[in-house]
Design a protein around this ligand. Sequence first.
Ligand code: CA
Length: 224
Amino acid sequence: MITVLIVEDEPQLLRALQINLRTHGYHPVTANDGTSALTAATEYRPDLVVLDLGLPDMDGVQVITTLRTWSQVPIIVLSARHGPEDKVEALDAGADDYVTKPFGLEELLARLRAAERRSVPAPETPVVTTKDFRLDVAVRKAERDGEQVRLTPTEWKIIELLVRNPGQLVGQQKLLLEVWGPAYAREAQYLRVYLNQLRRKLEPDPTRPRYFITESGMGYRFEP
Ligand code: CA
């Protein structure tokens, strides 16, 4: 589901947008000023932002500038200002599109769809640092006590699935399907072998795993 952060200080318009976006299959989250917009953006990591430029506590352009220091989320600006310089200022700050108030819902929905198509989700590329080892998943580099550890492509696939869900159980089936493919869905012993291998390479005491935990009969969990 696509999460849309709606930032608007007019309660009626905010409510109308929230209801309409929900009707059209979006997951709307809302903020009514710039400060709460920035907090909500960090908290919900929206896929799209609809931002009113005239906010009570700060200029919408400032919200765009701040967001752009860490996020590439598509931003569609709503504004009652009609001058081309306002448009230019918002676009220069990093907005992706601009809708002038009053606008029709169909127009906004079309802009949202266009923004969705353009946005390329940046894959999360976690770097995991523990007391005992460091894993850079993006470049597939593993270090233990300052020394490089060689992991096989299969081991990396398993690690990726586990570290992207820290503290959470990743089911045996999911691991088998995603690492080896559907033909191997029942080969739980593969996992046992590979997990033991990983533990020997990374765990301080492979017989008593501290990081790569077995949830008996269910799957595995990475405990950072
Ligand atoms: Ca406003």
